[in-house]
Write a protein of this length. Structure first.
Ligand SMILES: [Zn+2]
Ligand SMILES: [Zn+2]
Length: 545
């Protein structure tokens, strides 16, 4: 396998080396060689400086000019004969200058796969499929304004570490490490970042060393975002590309991810993009895959509700369904209303408890332009004609490895939150608590089911039927989310469940509280009274009145 030219190479045999998150090394699957993170970074630096000096040498053979925009600051490099008029990003007239080759040309490039006419066809096709949209109506007349650019990006690859937490009430942080190798961060200040994100992904394996031959007949845009802002974008994009896998592990969409990108490598690349901006119309077509991305003209508004509004809404919906059910089965109107109202009261208590855990948001509104895109199936050239690949491009993110401090040492682990055995354990426990007096009664009367008198436990049921769901929602969720089952990942890759030994101090503390409750007045009177009542309930259930 050739791999991509941006891959880290095995220092022994030159084959692409894969990063191993647990060993913190790049490993070669051919010869078993390995490279440390620092070695890989040095390797890329060397690779880049060789390319850089070659680019400078070759630049002398080409007559390039730069066209700079006094309006938005965009700087475009073209061949001398190329006509340049107005800035495609803001409309101002461009100023031609002699281009002095500096360090602003990237060392790598993904060449255009599709021609301008083909890109125009992609956009035309999108307009045809979205005739009812205003965007399509406006874009339809601007298709000939679509212009090709090599846009400045940075390819991000390397190990990343993240601190993640649940933003829906969990109080603890998790630490995980992962690896990224296909994130492209856009280095243009004037262009809509989300619009450009919309036409990704690119196919990284077509990355080539930069050559001036690619500039012929094309426009190359030079990076113009300031380094601090670019760094911010890198952190943001790495975090957001890692968010989906973290969400899967933590079993919730509500996660905060903050990522450290200390050990990553950033490599400037040029990516092929067709772009049009005219008034409110804004669209980009991926010059490699033909994916279309269009920015909605109107802003969309998103509303966030406070938790108690959600609880009331949930109660209303549940109650309406229940009421409809009662009526459907022929329950008289008055009875249906009465029972629904009783149930609604109970449901409200439960939903209030359930939602009070979530983020305490007040009424909030946010607005933004939606990005409309086509799917991820790329166009490929087969015998000269473009055909759509039935297989979409898949982005494979390496699943993160979580770390926990076990016996004073950071160790790689796998976390499991809700799992079938864990949920079953909770349901069984809840059932045991609910039927506790009945179970004890059966033991008392020697499993004589005929003597069993369920009404003896009526008081217990009345207390436990509302308490158990509330308890499960409130504390069961916290138990699930705050104390995941931890599996240690052993040397050979196998996993072993780790159970924390009970803390002796905590055990002593619990024993003290129990003894205090049993023997120190006045609390002990209440406790003994409770035990006595429970005993009576069990007795009545066992033998009747
Ligand atoms: Zn090797
Ligand atoms: Zn401009």
């Amino acid at each position: 396998m050739e791999g991509c030219i941006a891959d880290v190479r095995c220092p022994n045999c030159g084959a692409p080396a894969k990063y191993d998150i647990i060993k913190h090394q790049y490993l070669c699957s051919y010869c078993g060689g390995h490279a440390e993170i620092e070695e890989a970074i040095a390797q890329k630096k060397g690779f880049r400086s060789i390319l850089k000096s070659r680019i400078k040498r070759e630049a002398e053979k080409y007559n390039l000019i730069s066209a700079e925009c006094p309006g938005c600051g965009a700087k475009i490099v073209v061949e001398e004969g190329e006509a340049v008029s107005d800035c495609a990003f803001c409309g101002a007239a461009l100023v031609r200058k002699i281009y002095l080759v500096s360090d602003d040309l990237p060392e790598m490039i993904i060449p255009f796969r599709i021609t301008k006419e083909e890109a125009q066809n992609c956009l035309r096709e999108w307009c045809g499929k979205n005739v009812i949209r205003t965007e399509a109506k406006h874009l339809k007349n601007k298709i000939d304004k679509l212009q090709g650019f090599y846009l400045p990006y940075e390819l991000i690859l390397g190990p990343v570490s993240s601190i993640v937490s649940r933003s829906d009430g969990g109080s603890r942080d998790y630490y995980c490490e992962g690896y990224v190798d296909d994130i492209f961060v856009n280095g243009s200040r004037q262009l809509d970042n989300l619009l450009l994100d919309g036409m990704e992904p690119f196919e990284k394996d077509e990355l080539k060393e930069f050559d001036f031959g690619y500039v012929a007949g094309q426009r190359v845009k030079v990076t113009d975002i300031d380094p601090k802002a670019l760094e911010g974008r890198v952190d943001e994009e790495v975090s957001s590309s890692y968010r989906p896998v973290v969400q899967k592990t933590l079993e919730t969409a509500a996660v905060d991810v903050s990522t450290s990108t200390e050990s990553i490598m950033r490599m400037p690349v040029l990516l092929p993009v067709y772009y049009v901006k005219d008034g409110m119309s804004m669209a980009a077509v991926n010059g490699q895959t033909g994916k279309v991305s269009v920015r909605a003209e109107k802003e969309s508004h998103y509303y966030f509700l406070p938790w108690w509004v959600k609880a009331i809404l949930a109660t209303l919906i549940i109650s309406m369904v229940v009421f409809a059910g009662f009526r459907l089965f022929g329950m008289p109107m008055e009875t249906a209303v009465l029972i629904t109202m009783l149930l609604a009261f109970f449901t409200l208590i439960v939903t209030l408890c359930a939602y009070s855990d979530t983020v305490k948001v007040d009424f909030r509104e946010s607005a933004g332009h939606r990005i409309l895109t086509t799917d991820n199936r790329p166009l490929r050239r087969v015998d000269g004609t473009l055909v759509k690949d039935p297989q979409p491009i898949k982005r494979e993110t390496v699943p993160p490895v979580f770390y926990e401090t076990i016996e004073g040492k950071e160790q790689p682990v796998m976390l499991k939150f809700t799992s079938a055995p864990r949920l079953a354990e909770m349901v069984i426990l809840a059932a045991v608590v609910l039927f506790l007096p009945v179970i004890i009664a059966l033991f008392l009367n020697g499993f004589d089911f005929k003597k069993l008198n369920l009404s003896g436990s009526a008081v217990w049921f009345c207390i436990m039927v509302p308490v158990i769901p509330i308890y499960l929602l409130k504390f069961g969720r916290i138990e699930l989310y705050e104390r995941p089952w931890i599996y240690r990942i052993l040397e050979d890759g196998s996993k072993k469940r780790y159970r924390k030994k009970p803390d002796p101090d905590a055990v002593k503390e619990t024993a003290k509280i129990v003894l205090h409750g049993l023997f120190v007045p006045p609390v002990c009177f209440g406790v003994w009274f409770g035990i006595l009542c429970f005993g009576i309930i069990c007795w009545l259930t066992a033998f009747g009145y």
